[in-house]
Design a protein around this ligand. Structure first.
Ligand code: G3P
Length: 494
């Protein structure tokens, strides 16, 4: 029993990664699944695609590496957060497609709640803002729209869960209805100070509490897999939302440590220790991880479009074939042109929180082409990170880490990371292991199983691959950032 199976159920694909007793990734499998866009601003996933892709990748890594469930000490799960499912306890079937975190359909519910003066209470209890991003208003929307569902939920027939919860339910053959504190912290109905579902907010959204999962530590006994699924019973021992798992995988265990993950979106988390910090700059307060019943809090900045801007170059504009071409194309951009992209494709997240605004491109000339767009897409990610960086440092004071630990797909691009360092005016540290999200989930499970080191021992294994240092004159950096701020302001004003 020397392997840990990490499941990373993300926004566009599901992955399984097998880690050996030395925490080395030895085998992985990935499966993309369709995105469903029923209307502008709506994003859904088919719950059966989430489930079948999970089964497929898990079975594939076990088969490819030639091992069985007897060789697994445990499973760690990490997942796209906030995405909302409600399913029937008797059949395990969801009553509606999963409503994805990017989905904006509940913007008007949020507006109504804000206009009625509820935002301060919600913020004080959950650390979040009234934005459609979070699960709570999505749950309310499903219960409002699917006839009879609220009554069935109140009767105990329907249950709610984020993706971790749904997968655990399925993996355990319906025996465990659980989640972990990091996922609960993203629902808008969990009191992160009390460590309990909020009576006030559940009442406000008319969500029957009987439908909510039990909340556990991030390393805990979440149940064992039904032997019918993988051929044996394997304990699920680690669970964390993907950004929190990356924070763990980056060993950001000390207050002031900061990581930024570049996936579909970009999510920066600053460890604030055992004290939740209420942001003065529209950052979120969240739980970074919870071990032995003790939550460690974080400030989070959430940007909805990072890698998705590169996907847009590929799938929307068709100017690249593969995402990885962007880093080669960007340096070829004409230095005399200043094409600037504000990728507000699904509104703007932190620190603006404008669900309804739309994207824009500035500075086009007749010579603007693929290279200028590639550079603009990568720089838009850097500018958005700078927005978070400024806000977090203002909230946290002078003790924040002066460098940024990066991971995720885009962090592999040297050009993108140099540009990030230049526009931040700060060091950017790229670790040897970029699979920090899966590693974080694996460590939580392996530590609980007793085969991986404790927190201090794990932190010592973090290793720097390359540090990017700023190479841009201060004046140029500040002028570029001021232009970005003006561009964002004009997008919000339109
Ligand atoms: O909050 C949404 C986040 O968890 C999604 O992460 O990696 O799928 O972009 P990712």
């Amino acid at each position: 029993m020397t392997f840990i199976l990490a499941i990373d159920q993300g926004t566009t694909s599901t992955r399984a990664i097998l880690f050996d007793a030395n925490m080395q990734a030895v085998c992985s499998a990935q499966q993309e699944f369709p995105q469903i866009y029923p209307q502008a601003g709506w994003v859904e996933h088919d719950p059966e695609e989430i489930w079948s892709s999970t089964l497929n990748v898990c079975q594939k890594v076990l088969a490819d590496h030639g091992i069985s469930t007897d060789d697994l000490a445990g499973i760690g799960i990490t997942n796209q957060r906030e995405t909302t499912l409600i399913w029937d306890k008797a059949t395990g079937k969801a009553i509606h497609n999963a409503i994805v975190w990017q989905d904006r359909r509940t913007a008007s519910i949020c507006d109504t709640l804000r206009d009625a003066g509820h935002e301060d209470m919600v913020r004080a209890q959950t650390g979040l803002l009234l934005d459609p991003y979070f699960s709570g208003t999505k749950v309310k929307w499903i219960l409002d729209q699917v006839p009879g569902s609220r009554e069935r939920a109140a009767a105990g027939d329907l249950v709610f869960g984020t993706v971790d919860s749904f997968l655990i339910w399925r993996l355990t053959g319906g025996k465990s209805h659980v989640t972990d504190a990091t996922n609960a912290a993203r629902t808008l109905i969990y009191d992160i100070h009390a460590g309990a579902w909020s009576d006030d907010i559940c009442a406000l959204l008319d969500i029957p509490q009987v439908m909510l999962p039990e909340v556990k530590d991030s390393a805990a006994d979440f149940g064992v897999t039904d032997p019918a699924i993988f051929g044996g019973a394997v304990p699920i021992l680690g669970v964390a939302g993907d950004q929190q798992a990356a924070t763990v995988g980056q060993a950001c265990f000390e207050p002031g440590m900061l990581k930024s993950t570049y996936g579909t979106g970009c999510f920066a988390l600053l460890n604030t220790g055992d004290a939740p910090v209420l942001s003065q700059n529209r950052m979120l307060t969240t739980i970074a991880y919870q071990l032995d019943g003790t939550p460690t809090y974080a400030l989070e900045g959430s940007i909805f479009i990072a890698g998705a801007a590169v996907q847009w170059l590929r799938d929307g504009l068709g100017i690249i074939q593969n995402a990885s071409e962007t880093g080669d194309l960007a340096p070829k951009a004409d230095p005399g042109q200043d094409v600037l992209l504000v990728p507000a494709f699904t509104g703007l997240g932190a620190p603006y929180w404008k669900p309804d605004c739309q994207g824009a491109v500035f500075g086009l000339t007749r010579n603007s082409g693929p290279a200028e767009f590639a550079r603009a897409a990568l720089q838009s990610v850097a500018y958005q990170t700078r927005d978070l960086w400024e806000a977090m440092r203002a909230d946290w004071g002078g003790d924040a880490q002066v460098s940024l630990r990066v991971d995720g797909g885009m962090s592999a691009s040297d050009w993108a990371m140099q540009s990030l360092s230049d526009l931040l005016g700060a060091d950017v540290d790229r670790p040897v292991i970029l699979e920090t999200t899966a590693l974080g989930a694996a460590w939580l499970a392996g530590m609980k199983a007793g085969i991986y080191p404790d927190q201090a021992g794990f932190a010592k294994t973090w290793a720097l691959e390359r540090q990017f240092t700023p190479d841009m004159a201060e004046e140029k950096r500040e002028a570029a950032y001021a232009r970005w701020k003006r561009a964002v302001a004009s997008v919000i004003d339109v």
